[in-house]
Design a protein around this ligand. Structure first.
Ligand code: BES
Ligand code: MN
Ligand code: MN
Length: 459
């Protein structure tokens, strides 16, 4: 067997170049014109996984982009690992802010690869493909069956992937799931993510008069939908920055004291956190630390507001309609479907005469909390220590990956989220990048994980 360090020394350049090929495909899932590019990314993965010895199927799903499924040659009686990732990426605009590279022409600078998808999620995903490529070339690979499930619709919050898991639970049957699609606590802190927040995202449209009206002739009597939208959304927080929807916190549990203390032992740098995004300070829930606010507490954020006149100069009107997209991050136990009903009622009760509402659900998924005591967590920690040279920390993260809660409920509670990206990688923003050191350490971790899980007995 060739030692992994030697393999990586020989192959680092090829691996990087293959990742660059993958990154060049503009697989933006939410924009119609990139539908063929998403297919190209799926087909690229198909060729790449076929080449290393997996049998690959592209499944059409009810959303627009195929699901990539692959499996290694079957070893009877061996445990099964399912590796998850997503090949779709976020839109790139505004383009003029991409000063380090053009989004789909990946460029290496300061030890990082710059380009859309480098950090979320093509780079981390490819670290698992690279580990598979290594093992498939060895004469004695671990006693482990490996499956890949790679979706093309993660970034939009579409729920078809979760449905695919539900409907194909036999195909996807496994003893462990691993994914790398979350972030490290901080550089130098290899991390295992043990919790994610869920999400409930909506679009609210308020409609008033049949058309835009002169605000001099009608203002003061005809209800203005933009005014009402601002008023209702402005009511969302009370003076402690808690959400006012009745019952919203009923199922929110305070963490056990020992977990809170463990969290407070991590050196979270409030000032550095704010300055990294160009602000001096921020506003959040009373009596919570910044670290708690962004990981273990629910939140509400307006993601965009539209309505009325936004063009050049002034136009004194009462707009016919106003709309907003907003989302809540949820914590374990909170139920997104309950929230939809409660939210709808809460808005309805505040509607003045002359306004009607429409509330569309855009994404819904529950939060997740994994059990640190499972033996596979220790196997993952040993793998990370091997890959990164120091023991990992366990953290809860504020982002959401809707399919993961489904994995843990439908397939196995042994879900391992090994974080290789950094919070400062600019995921979803301009100049997204991924550390090539983390890429290599990630591959080493993944390689070790195959071995660890092949001998792990009780799960
Ligand atoms: N990889 C992220 C989720 C993430 C980020 C988890 C950081 C943990 C730490 C994923 O690609 C993502 O962006 N998810 C969306 C989901 C939504 C559209 C349903 C999110 O969190 O906003
Ligand atoms: Mn992601
Ligand atoms: Mn993302």
């Amino acid at each position: 067997m060739q030692p992994i360090a030697e393999y990586l020394a020989e192959n680092a350049l090829n691996l990087k170049n293959e990742l660059i090929e993958f990154l060049k495909i503009p697989s933006i899932s939410c924009q119609e014109e990139f539908v063929p590019e998403c297919r190209r990314a799926a087909e690229w993965l198909e060729r790449c996984l076929t080449k290393i010895g997996f049998s690959v199927t592209l499944y059409p799903v009810s959303s627009r982009h195929p699901m990539v499924y692959a499996e290694s040659p079957k070893i009877e009686g061996a445990p099964t690992l399912l590796i998850y990732g997503h090949y779709d990426v976020q839109p790139v605009d505004p383009l003029d802010l991409w000063t380090e590279t053009s989004p789909f022409e990946p460029t290496e600078k300061n030890g990082c690869l710059y380009g859309r998808g480098t950090s979320d999620d093509k780079g981390p995903l490819y670290s698992h493909i690279a580990a598979a490529a290594y093992w498939m070339k060895q004469p004695n690979r671990p006693n482990l069956n490996v499956k890949f499930l790679i979706e093309g619709d993660e970034e939009g919050g579409d729920s078809t992937a979760a449905l695919f898991v539900e409907e194909n639970a036999d195909l996807l049957a496994c003893d462990y799931v691993v994914l790398s699609d979350s972030t490290q606590f901080a550089p130098g802190f290899p991390s295992i993510t043990c919790g994610l927040r869920g999400i409930a995202a909506y679009e609210l449209t308020l409609t008033g008069p049949v058309q835009d009206l002169h605000s001099g002739m009608f203002g003061g009597a005809v209800t203005n939908p933009c005014n009402v939208l601002c008023e209702i959304l402005g009511n969302m927080f009370d003076e402690n920055h808690r959400i006012r929807i009745p019952g919203f916190y009923d199922e929110v549990r305070r963490l056990p004291q020992e977990d809170l203390e463990a969290m407070r032992l991590l050196p979270f740098d409030d000032a550095g956190f704010f300055s990294s995004v160009g602000v001096e300070d921020g506003l959040g829930e009373a009596d919570m630390t910044v670290h708690e606010r962004i990981t273990i507490r629910p939140t509400f954020d307006i993601n965009g507001i539209t309505g009325g006149y936004q063009g050049e100069g002034g136009k004194t009107i009462i707009p016919a309609w106003a709309s907003a997209k907003f989302s809540f991050r949820l914590v374990p136990n909170q139920d997104a479907e309950w929230l939809t009903a409660a939210l709808s009622r809460w808005i309805q009760e505040q509607l003045p005469p002359g306004i009607t509402m429409k509330l569309d659900v855009e994404a819904q998924s529950g939060g997740l909390l994994l059990d640190l005591k499972r033996p596979c967590m220790k196997a993952a920690a040993r793998s990370m220590e091997f890959g990164f040279g120091c023991a990992p920390v366990f953290t809860r993260e504020g982002g959401s990956i809707p399919i993961v809660a489904k994995f843990s409920r439908r397939l196995t509670p042994n879900v391992l989220m090994l974080a290789y990206s950094q919070k400062t990688d600019n995921a979803h923003g301009p100049n997204e990048h991924f550390s090539l050191t983390n890429f290599i350490h990630g591959i080493k971790t993944n390689v070790k994980l195959w071995q660890e899980l092949s001998i792990e007995e009780e799960n």
